[in-house]
Design a protein around this ligand. Structure first.
Ligand SMILES: Cc1cc2nc3c(=O)[nH]c(=O)nc-3n(C[C@H](O)[C@H](O)[C@H](O)COP(=O)(O)O)c2cc1C
Length: 225
């Protein structure tokens, strides 16, 4: 698979097959993704990798944590989104919801089904491997941006192994459980999780292609003719 195909074929995978991933591949991904560029070569990413029994135990603890409450109303340690959205972001986010829930046949008004689908985030969509990405609290926007570089390098490299991934900010809401579980030091905070596994590309949750704005909407060209 070449780099163009890796970028083109990556999706946010929201259902994974019951198929294990070779631990050596995961170690290789974690190491190779660190070739990502970072300002000043700070390499600010902190990675926690889970599979097997520890992953199952974490999912059990999180399920107990959210048993009687709505996980969407639990705060992360950082604002995942601004409290009020505006255009063009508002429409893009809404369209994403329409695509995802539409593909799953979940009605706009079906609040229990929407909650159930959201809760699948906290099961890593059945993925056999999960990463948590942390960062030193004292680092700033430049280093947070570097985390995105690391995560994307890893997601594209995963395609090279035929693997799928899903970056998941929803896990930031579970910091009270995740941080002690992975023994994250107090000076770090949890940014997100990344699910890794062999995607079930036939599953309805993976059946749509997310749209993108045309370059003319987000880029001003100078001197290109
Ligand atoms: C940092 C980050 C966090 C994300 N968090 C979630 C999440 O918690 N749950 C989820 O289902 N998708 C999550 N996504 C996936 C986005 O919804 C997805 O990237 C976007 O809709 C574009 O679709 P695509 O990745 O399939 O191209 C996240 C993506 C990124 C980059």
């Amino acid at each position: 698979m070449d780099v163009f195909e890796a970028v083109d074929s990556r999706i946010s995978c929201r259902w994974f097959l019951d198929k294990p991933v070779d631990p050596m591949i995961v170690r290789d991904l974690i190491a190779r993704a660190a070739r990502a560029a970072s300002g000043g070569n700070l390499q600010p990413w902190q990675v926690y990798a889970l599979t097997g029994a520890p992953l199952a135990e974490l999912k059990r603890q999180v399920a107990a944590h959210v048993k009687d409450r709505d996980p969407r109303h639990i705060d992360a340690e950082y604002p995942i989104y601004p409290p009020v959205m505006w255009e063009p972001y508002k429409a893009r986010r809404e369209e994403h919801g329409v695509q995802l829930y539409g593909a799953l046949g979940i009605d706009r008004g079906d609040a229990p089904a929407r909650l159930r689908q959201y809760t699948r985030n906290l099961e890593f969509f059945n993925a056999p491997v999960a990463l948590f990405i942390g960062i030193d609290r004292k680092l700033g926007p430049g280093q947070w941006a570097d985390l995105g570089g690391y995560i994307h390098a890893l997601m594209y490299l995963a395609r090279g192994h035929g693997l799928d991934t899903c970056a998941q900010e929803s896990w930031a809401r579970m910091h009270a459980i995740v941080r002690p579980f992975v023994k994250m030091p107090p000076e770090q905070m949890l940014f997100c999780a990344v699910s890794i596994g062999y995607g079930d590309r036939q599953h309805p949750a993976n059946s749509f292609r997310s749209p993108r704005a045309a370059p003319e909407e987000f880029c001003r060209f100078f001197g290109f003719g």
